[in-house]
Design a binder for this molecule. Structure first.
Ligand SMILES: Cc1ncc(C[n+]2csc(CCOP(=O)(O)OP(=O)(O)O)c2C)c(N)n1
Ligand SMILES: [Mg+2]
Length: 314
């Protein structure tokens, strides 16, 4: 999990640079600081399970198994990208790894996840659908409709709320009368609790407990991961809504540093191991950049493809 968090961190640090160099265009939302949530939760899933995420999903896609090159090529708008360069940063999608996006609409992933879980239930498949979303989603009607139906129909779904305290510039306390999100979920008869989202071991343990319960037929579960994004909301955010001191305080609990220090203290990680992990993550990113750089742009003649299905009716 240390390596997994590091892979996401290095990939996104490079994305920020490439964005500044205008290699990546459009919107870009990085997950830096929140990596323990994706790393811990995805560690608890099997390959057949389904994952739905938001526009802050580069890490989820990578750890689900989408190659770093296909992710970066997608951001570059290249045909070699996981969606032929048509989705970009916010719409990574990969059917092969059951990664159902990459959804740009706040709370838009929740009804999709409920539908996917309903399909599994109706087909008798023992899979779990995991849906990631920010705390900003709880202000949307879709959140309430989705939790209600998931509980009413007893669906195999785990809702993972990544509570990083802000929805763009709006702090949770400024938009919600009830800020205890597990309590909100519990009001729909969904089993719910809060977890330290900076501690990857705590995340993994909570996720494993919840996923096992969901898989064994205990119905929908909800985990609120208390986390923090160290960077701006997106590349266009002057960050006027929070104090620098708050960011610095949370950076002291950087999930990568926390795990690294505790492993070093317990004699589970040597200086050489750390160097090795770093170079592994760095060479993966370097290869991905090379892959994206050498990718091809879609020919203009293909511009209108995929608007309608290309399969003819029988
Ligand atoms: C329905 C909808 N309303 C508004 C927006 C604009 N918007 C994009 S991100 C965002 C904030 C969402 O915050 P949160 O759910 O906490 O996720 P985070 O960005 O913190 O990961 C908003 C309001 C949108 N994409 N979709
Ligand atoms: Mg948020």
């Amino acid at each position: 999990m240390l390596l997994q968090m590091l892979r996401v961190r290095r990939l996104e640090e490079r994305c920020v640079e490439l964005y500044s160099a205008a290699k990546i265009r459009g919107f870009l939302h990085v997950y830096i600081g929140e990596e323990a949530v994706a790393a811990g939760v995805l560690e608890s899933l099997s390959a057949d399970d389904t994952v739905v995420a938001t526009y802050r999903e580069h890490g989820h896609a990578l750890l689900r198994g989408v190659p770093a090159g296909a992710i970066l090529a997608e951001m570059y708008g290249r045909v070699e990208g996981c969606c032929r360069g048509r989705g970009g940063s916010m719409h990574l999608f990969d059917a092969a790894t059951n990664f159902y996006g990459g959804n740009a609409i706040v709370a838009g992933g929740l009804p999709l996840a409920v539908g996917l879980a309903l399909a599994d239930k109706m087909s008798g498949r023992p899979h779990v659908t995991v849906c990631f979303f920010g705390e900003g989603a709880v202000a949307e009607g879709e959140f309430h409709e989705s939790l209600n139906l998931a509980a009413l129909w007893d669906l195999p779904i785990l809702f993972c709320c990544e509570n990083n305290l802000y929805a763009m510039g709006t702090a949770l306390v400024r938009s919600e009368s009830q800020t205890d999100l597990a309590l909100k979920a519990a009001s729909y008869e969904v089993s719910a609790w809060a977890v330290d989202g900076m501690d990857v071991l705590a995340v993994e343990q909570a996720a494993r407990t919840a996923v096992d319960a969901v898989r064994s037929g205990a119905g929908p579960h909800f985990l609120e991961f208390r986390t923090y994004r160290f960077r701006a909301h997106s590349m266009f955010d002057p960050e006027r809504y929070r104090e620098k001191a708050e960011v610095v305080a949370w950076q002291a609990r950087d999930p990568i540093t926390l795990l690294r220090s505790s492993m070093e203290e317990n004699g589970q990680l040597t200086a050489d191991d750390w160097t090795q992990l770093q170079s592994e993550a760095e060479s993966e990113v370097a290869a991905a950049v090379k892959f994206a750089e050498s990718g091809t742009l879609e020919p203009v003649e293909d511009l209108t493809r995929f608007v309608y299905s290309e399969r003819r009716a029988p």
